[in-house]
Design a binder for this molecule. Sequence first.
Ligand code: RB5
Length: 143
Amino acid sequence: MKIGICNDHAGVEYKFKLIQMLRKRGIEVVNFGTDTEVSVDYPDFAHPLANAVEKGEVDLGIALCGTGNGMAITLNKHQGIRAGLAWNSEVGRLVAAHNNANVLVLPARFISYRVASSIVRMWLDTDFEGGRHQRRIDKMPCR
Ligand code: RB5
């Protein structure tokens, strides 16, 4: 399992902690984010992560910014990306089980690190349910 992670200046601290947590679980992590708190523009980091997921260079992605919305909106411009915003572990479960999100987006300024890590663990440990949820995903592309 290889996960790409990206962040803007609002997500630096949680990004480094999540990288440690994921590596402890034996997951390979590729860092696409900024490593300092100097203000940056989230699309500059979202697009490289989305491209890597679409090309299969990483299996899944995690993205962090202040609210999560800038990253989610940018990532979801990519046809091969289903980026889901989660703010608690139950939403983390549902974004895997129902939306089959291949990128998990976290609102770093609005959740504790403890919650962030529990969301990531739940998202990783939950299987997509398929069935009616696959039918809905099939209807997502613009028609
Ligand atoms: C950065 O200040 C902030 O705008 C960004 O992290 C994010 O919340 C945007 O959606």
